[in-house]
Design a protein. Sequence first.
Length: 248
Amino acid sequence: MENYINKVIQGDCLEVMKGIPDKSVDMIFTSPPYNMRTRIRNGKYTTREKSEHFSKKYKHFDDALPIDEFYLFHKNCIIEMLRISKIVIYNFQIVTGSKEAFLKIVGDFNKDIKDIIIWDKGFGQPAMHEKVLNSSYEMLLVMEDDKKCGRVIQNSTFKRGELQNILRIGRGKKISDIHSACFPEELAETIIKNFSKENDIVLDPFAGSGTTLKMAKKNNRNYIGIEIAPEYIDIINKRLLTKENENN
């Protein structure tokens, strides 16, 4: 396990997680890709949005899996996350390419979901099509596999009445031209402070631009990042090294 601590690992997160021992991570906070380029034509899913201007966030995959493949991949990822971590906080947004998969996941893991935190971003960017609601919120599934019923979150640190299940936090800032959709640091910091302790190990298996890792380091946690895209790893490492960590 020491080989993973305070490092960013390049690779497929599902495969990397299989090498991590049971319950050796204290907390996972992550936001997976949303399958943004799977769209609808003539009332049926198509594997890819062809518009050149449309979401091209990822260089190494097209973010356009068939719905069943997207569902199975993320279901298997969550199974691994719950195996290796004491608590999993899994952020997602309902978009066309993710709706069926994520709602099935909520059903599959209903016994592990202790609560759902709504991240209220305050404003929804205009929808891509007519008759589609602008999306101004995302959901964070708070999951533990402790086999205990109810809403008590065993691996939390907040006291009675201290934390709401709606977090009103604006969108994250653009980090670079190759990764424009980032967690706001305030969101990551709020989650880390309320669901982990100092010196805990915080894992983000879809590390992206590294906001979770940066806030873990800032708040005296150990971190592990997994990211498939090498250009994102360069961004993460620069953010982890910057003096901004000491002052933000």
